[in-house]
Design a protein around this ligand. Structure first.
Ligand SMILES: [Zn+2]
Length: 286
């Protein structure tokens, strides 16, 4: 079933801050949704937001990834050699996708101290599987989790990847991953604190977590308000700053150790309103 073009209040539910358990204060009215900020911790989130069953309809919609940078990249990849043989269409999305993938794989190696690849890598929100396939080619033993049946189906069928279709907490995964990555995912999850706690339970004590996400303290977000192109209140239901990321991560047992905001960094290339974060497990004893 396709997601409807117009959502109504009946498709929505009220939510509270995942850290403080209190309602937020309205920042922007984007009816039937609201952009709110927690008066205690400053976390920005959507309330009312789509109910879980409405969200699943959105992600199952075959058109969900199309038009976005991932969908365009997949279309280009699927056309493969025929497109270039026919004169080749320049696809900025494809170039960006390749730049991010290479930059992020290099960042993982740097973060692990130049250790050779070959450990276990989990990608949460693996989409069509483009990053996961590149990680596998780089020598990682890969696993993926993806909510969208369209994305997971492509990753499993076309790319032959080990991808579980469903919620992270339901995935039959063996803990102890050397690397867990979540590219543009945490802004979509129902409860970021629960999400990071599950990630913490899956990453090895000496492992590392890398993620990317839009951030609400970025210049475009602050200048554009409700016209910010990444606001997307149906899908992006939590909005962080480096400070609120650190708060949520710490509560989940992860220390946010590095934040990359430059759009010149290959891992974050061309993204004026997004950051790449690196977090490590906080030792239990401290
Ligand atoms: Zn709060």
């Amino acid at each position: 079933m396709s997601a409807p073009a117009v959502w109504t209040a009946e498709d929505t539910e009220d939510v509270r801050c995942c850290l403080c358990g209190i309602p937020g204060t309205l920042v922007h009215d984007v009816s039937p949704f609201g952009v709110v900020r927690c008066p205690r911790c400053d976390l920005v989130f959507i309330s009312p937001r789509l109910r879980p069953e409405a969200l699943q309809r959105l992600y199952d919609d075959a058109g969900y990834f199309e038009g976005g940078v991932y969908g365009s990249a997949v279309s280009s990849a699927d056309e493969g050699g025929t497109a270039s043989a026919a004169g080749g269409r320049f696809s900025p999305a494809m170039v960006l996708q390749k730049t991010w993938t290479a930059g992020r794989l290099r960042l993982i190696e740097q973060t692990l101290g130049g250790a050779p690849t070959g450990g276990r890598l989990l990608e949460v929100g693996s989409g069509y599987g483009l990053f996961l396939a590149a990680a596998r080619d780089a020598g990682w033993t890969t696993s993926g989790v993806e909510l969208s049946r369209t994305g997971a189906g492509h990753a499993q069928g076309t790319l032959g990847l080990d991808v579980f279709c469903g919620q992270l907490e339901d995935a039959p995964l063996r803990p102890g991953f050397d690397v867990v990555v979540a590219w543009d995912t945490v802004e979509h999850v129902p409860d970021p604190l629960a999400f990071w706690r599950t990630v913490r339970s899956l990453v090895a004590d000496d492992g590392v977590v890398l993620f990317s996400t839009p951030y609400v303290s970025s210049l475009p977000a602050r200048l554009l308000g409700t016209r910010w192109w990444t606001l997307k209140p149906t899908e992006h239901i939590w909005h962080f700053t480096p400070r609120t990321h650190a708060l949520v991560a710490a509560r989940a047992g992860l220390a946010l150790t590095r934040v990359i905001r430059s759009p010149l960094a290959p891992a974050n290339a061309g993204r004026l309103d997004s950051l790449v974060g690196i977090a490590r497990p906080i030792p239990q004893s401290s």
